[in-house]
Ligand binder design. Structure first.
Ligand SMILES: Nc1ncnc2c1ncn2[C@@H]1O[C@H](COP(=O)(O)OP(=O)(O)OP(=O)(O)O)[C@@H](O)[C@H]1O
Ligand SMILES: [Mg+2]
Length: 378
């Protein structure tokens, strides 16, 4: 039995349909990340789970109980907001206790016990008497999480809780959230627009665009088997290269033909359907190699480097191939300058094709997708 079940969940604000029919089952103890661009309906979905937003249509079940009209305080969920929403005139301890006190269901001893435990877990006992104005962003963030922890809820809902922190602290808090989840095993729904955060935190990741789920899968699965162009471009940084090609059969071999290259496609599911069609060919910047790193007989293609960006751990190159731009990741100290013509090869286990509607029709990898939401099982 899944812990949280969304069944064709919809939300309309007047004429705007912010959430357009989401079906999703979240397992008990799972860390599910809801990711997508700004305005795609992430917060609205989370707020419906919390009970802060009415559900326009569809059904929401938590622990097998329909909770559509149930008030937030009766759902046994705790939410952490992006802006922390701490009371400025209260100390950290008072902020964390406030919800328990106003609920009136807890004795003083119980409140103190929970407060001490949450402060210990988050390593903030020494901050308890300070007010939010006397705390750093990261410390405020912990207090906000602490306020959710003391409720000892069945479900944590977190809305971009790290987005106000600087890059270094974000990475640190990410690891702490993972540790916390390993310890408590509380079912968690975590909203972010940051694909790195999604990939690193999620047991599974649900990708949302324009109020609709695009794909739900484990992180590596999303990366290896994107269901459509949106997911292919959203997951992974820099984004997957996509260029228009014709898929043709040539002497028993199927090839993707482009102005600037022609690539043989290993036989895998979906390939037959692609033959004779125009499609978008996808390859990630890290799956393109300089010819020097490839076996002598590997097929290569000539591309022209237009811009180089040293990233420290790699050299990112923007290149022209037959009038289209692709990005290529090379080793950091490669002696390559803008204007150079270079030979590259594509990793033949990492090729993707997307049809005119944007759906994935082919992935060249010989591995098989694990989840039922993967594109090739339809
Ligand atoms: N109270 C409201 N009234 C009208 N429209 C709203 C309201 N709340 C949200 N919307 C609209 O619903 C859509 C989804 O908003 P939502 O806040 O869920 O997006 P989001 O994915 O959380 O974006 P972000 O990453 O920017 O936080 C947006 O188009 C937004 O303008
Ligand atoms: Mg939001």
């Amino acid at each position: 039995m899944s812990h949280i079940q969304l069944d064709d969940l919809r939300k309309r604000f007047g004429d705007v349909e912010a959430v357009r029919g989401i079906d999703l089952e979240i397992e008990k103890g799972e860390f599910l990340v809801l990711v997508g661009p700004s305005g795609c309906g992430k917060s609205t979905t989370l707020r419906m789970l919390a009970g802060l937003e009415d559900i326009s249509e569809g059904e929401l079940r938590i622990a097998d109980e329909r909770v559509n009209g149930v008030a937030p305080k009766n759902r046994n969920v705790a939410m952490v907001f992006q802006n922390y929403a701490l009371y400025p005139h209260m100390t950290a301890a008072e902020n964390m206790k406030f919800g328990m006190k106003s609920a009136g269901d807890y004795g003083d001893d119980e409140i103190e016990r929970r407060l001490d435990r949450a402060a210990d877990i988050l390593d903030i006992p020494e901050l308890m008497e300070r007010k939010p104005g006397e705390l750093s962003g990261g410390e405020r963030q912990r207090v906000a999480i602490g306020r959710a922890l003391v409720r000892e809820p069945e479900v944590f809902l977190l809305d971009e809780p790290l987005s106000n922190l600087d890059a270094k602290l974000r990475v640190q808090m990410r690891a702490e959230l993972l540790k916390l989840h390993q310890e408590l095993q509380t079912t968690t729904v975590y909203v972010t627009h940051d694909q790195t955060e999604a990939m690193t935190l999620g047991d599974r990741v649900a990708v949302l665009d324009a109020g609709q789920l695009q794909q739900v899968a484990e992180p590596q699965e999303l990366y290896d088997f994107p269901a459509n162009r949106f997911v292919a471009e959203f997951i992974g940084n820099p984004a997957m290269n996509l260029v228009p090609v014709d898929v043709v059969e040539d002497g028993g071999e199927v090839r993707a033909e482009h102005e600037g290259f022609s690539v043989g496609l290993p036989d895998q599911a979906g390939l037959d359907d692609a033959v004779g069609q125009s499609a978008h060919f996808g390859i990630r910047p890290e799956d393109v190699s300089l010819a020097g790193n490839l076996p002598a007989d590997a097929p290569t293609h000539e591309i022209t480097v237009s811009v180089t960006e040293p990233l420290g751990e790699s050299l990112l190159m923007h290149c022209d191939v037959g009038g289209d731009e692709i990005q290529v990741k090379a080793e950091p100290r490669a002696e390559i300058r803008p204007g150079d013509d270079i030979e590259v090869g594509f990793d033949e286990e990492r090729l993707h094709l997307f049809d005119q509607s944007g759906d994935a029709v082919y992935h060249s990898t010989s591995a098989t997708p694990k989840t039922s939401e993967a594109p090739l099982t339809e």
